[in-house]
Ligand binder design. Structure first.
Ligand code: NAP
Length: 331
């Protein structure tokens, strides 16, 4: 491997306030100066990649840029850790934001961004879960730490057909929870039931109401959408229950009252998958490769090549994406 070795990357350029992505040839020397060079075989598609690719400056400040907030592949150069030849997973920190990401065939990152591949897994399997699967696992882990158990009652999952939501549904169902999937896509109801949801309800179940509290319907919840639906969800959580909140597709604003917190002791739990310690990520990856494995999600993941990225990212922005999509650099 020399610094002028060429590779392909899907790069986004800014032109007259518009953002367009296309495949380009790059050189290893173009990558940032970090310890570990990784030959990326797979990356996972995420809502945040769509934000980066569409010029959201809260995600990516400078263009041209290679998105891809996660990546898996083989270490080809390092200072010893992780060792050359090892398969690794990189998610979060600055990858794909302002550091060239997994939509390129190579990335160069700090050693302490790299999680060793759990045994028995390969890069594609890891990227079926990707950042979304990791986030779903972190949400479940937080609910369990708060004492959530199946016999307390149903767990709601919002944005259930999405990348985070669908994995949350399958993990929770696999752990014996009764899962109510909240989804705006009626045509995904059967798929959500196959993942283990006991019930599928429309987004109207969380339509804005004026009342500060509603009849308790869910023991706990994983919320991937934020905004108005999260405010409504909080009104419907059983006394002492918790909501793990990780997303904002319905909006970043949370307009609520303190009533669910002070009258029912409801807990709102923030979940970040990006800047947390590597050991916390490693622990959830081990769970996903073991007792939290999602065989149905794994069986239904779709593989795409770089030429399909534009269309797939647009679907995220329109809220039309469903299931898990893996970028395979060999396609
Ligand atoms: N905190 C973290 O570290 C972290 C990590 C990963 C992702 N996230 C965030 O989590 C959220 C979900 O990510 P994702 O990758 O799962 O995205 P996604 O695949 O696009 O899924 C989001 C789902 O939300 C629902 N939805 C879309 N627009 C909506 C709207 N206006 N109102 C209500 N529901 C809507 C849709 O599901 P239905 O049609 O089934 O309702 C959609 O499939 C994003 O905000 C993302 O940025 C955060």
């Amino acid at each position: 491997m020399t610094t002028d070795t060429e590779f392909k990357a899907w790069r986004v350029h800014e032109k007259d306030g518009k953002y367009e992505g296309a495949e380009e040839t790059r050189r290893i020397e173009d990558l940032p100066d970090n310890d570990v060079l990784i030959r990326v075989s797979h990356s996972s598609l995420n809502y945040k990649d769509a934000l980066s690719a569409s010029g959201n400056k809260g995600v990516t400040r400078n263009f041209p840029h290679t998105p891809g907030i996660d990546a898996a592949g083989e270490v080809v150069e390092s200072n010893g850790r992780p060792a050359v030849g090892r398969q690794v997973i990189v998610t979060g920190y600055d990858l794909g934001m302002n550091t060239d990401g997994g939509f390129g065939e190579y990335i160069r990152v700090p050693a302490d961004w790299c999680v060793e591949m759990p045994s028995g897994w390969d890069a594609r399997t890891a990227m079926i879960y990707g950042t979304a699967g990791l986030t779903a696992g972190l949400c479940v882990a937080k609910l369990l730490r708060m004492g959530a158990v199946p016999d307390q009652g149903p767990v709601a999952v919002t944005g259930a057909s999405g990348a985070v939501g669908s994995v949350a549904v399958e993990i929770l169902a696999g752990q014996g929870f009764k899962v109510v999937a909240v989804s705006g896509k009626a045509d995904q109801a059967d798929t959500l039931k196959e993942l283990g949801a006991t019930d599928v309800v429309g987004r109207d179940a969380l339509e804005t109401s004026k009342k500060p509290m509603l009849k308790p319907a869910y023991a706990n919840a994983v919320d991937t959408v934020g905004g108005g639906p999260l405010a409504e969800l909080l009104k419907q959580i059983h006394p002492g229950g918790s909501v793990a909140c990780c997303g904002l597709v319905a909006g970043p604003k949370l307009e609520t009252t303190v009533m669910p917190f002070i009258l029912r002791g409801v807990n709102l739990l923030g979940v970040d998958s990006v800047e947390i310690p590597l050991a916390d990520k490693q622990a959830v990856w081990q769970k996903l490769a073991g007792e939290w494995a999602c065989p149905k999600t794994e069986a239904t993941a779709r593989d795409i090549g770089r030429k399909d990225l534009d269309k797939a990212l647009q679907a995220f922005l329109k809220g039309e994406s469903s299931g898990k999509i893996v970028l395979d650099h060999s396609l």
